[in-house]
Design a protein around this ligand. Structure first.
Ligand SMILES: C[S@@+](CC[C@H](N)C(=O)[O-])C[C@H]1O[C@@H](n2cnc3c(N)ncnc32)[C@H](O)[C@@H]1O
Length: 401
């Protein structure tokens, strides 16, 4: 283990991440992630999923409980976190999950699986490595054919306020002095930054986050952040291509701009230029994306006819909740959708949420028995719900296994 890795390990053993016990699994759905690329028919039914740098394993444990047909493996260099994660499996009696102490830079330490991993997740890890490219190459080697890698790294532009704060902290207490006094000084400076560089942006509130989150933001020992151009180059060098953002709305001009004429003018930009424009105009502190090998193909939406017969599922990232006024609302990746709780879209989603094994558009329409629905209008709505990502089309697997 190199010097940087040893220092990162000591840091995370003192502050095992993530804080708290509330899982956030939006980026952990194996079948949804795989639906973003083309895969040949009849792939194995049981999927293998690896989280590289799983920390305390809270999200992976929840994901394994929600996806009992698939097999989950978590690795981390942090013994404290892995011991805790392993103890939690024993108490929850999950048979499809295991945690291992391993360094993702050291392939010999990784628990390999014969065909490789169909899905590899690595959130907030690559940017702590002594050699991020080598780390990404190792993960690419562990990918099964037609597998996907879902990554989160820190965004350089989005972190600018934090980086300015860290420069100030470094002037007062160098990062070599990792002690309680440094943490106290950092909190005191962060309280000043609340009225300055943190004001009104995503870093507001940093001075009062809990100890683990504060350490992760302000006291880390080795971290580098990426701009989009640099991240795309890193993927390219590792033999990977960008497939999509985890949250595409964050990278859409329509989200940041309501000037139709300007959007029209900017429409001619290459997608990567649009993203680079948005990263400069907004604060996007995290870059979370799905990548695949260069030879793989992003998936195309089904044809209009195929919508009627193909199998769809409700997105696992969609939630139906009751808001503070008692109204039903639909949240996709935490964001409210404008769906009228009396309308047909709502009724389609409600019918979809009652099906575990999936449905075609025709099957879903049949379930709305007793309602007079106009077929073309209902199909248009179904396609709109797919375009909004409320629905997705999982790959058919080899059910004979
Ligand atoms: C910010 S935490 C993220 C944890 C988890 N992925 C999450 O999102 O909650 C970074 C994790 O990466 C782990 N890590 C850093 N370098 C690693 C390496 N070379 N191999 C395996 N894990 C590593 C750390 O120990 C730590 O648990």
């Amino acid at each position: 283990m190199d010097r940087v890795t040893a220092a990162v390990r000591a840091f995370y053993e003192a502050y095992p991440y993530p804080p708290g016990n509330r899982p956030d699994c939006d980026a952990y759905h194996a079948r949804l992630l795989l639906s973003y690329i083309e895969r040949p028919a009849g792939m194995p039914r049981q999927l293998q999923l690896l989280e590289a740098g799983c920390g305390r394993g809270i999200n992976l444990t929840e994901a394994a409980a929600l996806q009992p047909d698939d097999r989950f493996t978590g690795i981390d260099i942090n013994r404290v976190a892995i011991d805790e994660a392993s103890a939690n499996i024993r108490s929850s009696a999950l048979a499809n999950l295991s945690f291992h102490l391993a360094d993702l830079l050291d392939p010999a330490s990784l628990p390999g699986v014969s065909q490789g991993y169909d899905v590899i997740l690595s959130y907030g890890v690559i940017h702590h490595l002594s050699d991020p490219l080598r780390g990404l190459q190792q993960l690419t080697e562990q990918l099964a054919p037609h597998g996907v890698l879902s990554l989160m790294v820190d965004g350089r532009y989005g972190r600018q306020p934090l980086d300015r704060f860290l420069q100030a902290l470094q002037m007062v207490t160098p990062s070599a002095e990792q002690d309680g006094q440094r943490a106290e000084t950092a909190r005191a400076l962060a309280r000043i930054a609340e009225k300055g560089v943190f004001h009104g942006n995503c870093w507001q509130g940093t001075s009062s986050v809990d100890e683990v989150e504060f350490a992760d933001r302000c006291l880390h020992v080795h971290e580098q952040s990426y701009d989009i151009e640099g991240l795309l180059q890193l993927l390219d060098k590792a033999g990977l291509q960008f497939i999509r953002w985890h949250q595409p709305d964050d990278w859409s001009l329509k989200t940041i701009c309501d000037d139709e004429a300007l959007i029209e003018r900017l429409q001619s930009l290459e997608p990567s230029m649009t993203y680079q424009l948005i990263e400069r105009l907004t604060y996007r502190p995290k870059l979370t994306l799905v990548a695949a090998r260069k030879e793989d193909q992003p998936r195309h939406p089904p044809s209009r006819e195929a919508f009627l017969s193909k199998r769809f599922c409700l997105s696992p990232q969609l939630r139906r909740v009751t808001d503070e006024t008692g109204d039903t609302v639909w949240l996709l990746r935490g964001r409210k959708l404008s769906i009228d709780a009396q309308g047909l879209a709502h009724r389609l989603l409600t019918a979809a949420s009652q099906s575990d094994s999936g449905f075609s558009a025709s099957q879903l329409f049949q379930r709305l028995t007793g309602e007079s629905i106009e077929p073309q209008q209902a199909l248009n709505l179904f396609i709109q719900l797919y375009d909004l990502e409320c629905l997705y089309a999982p790959h058919e697997t080899d059910r004979s296994e």
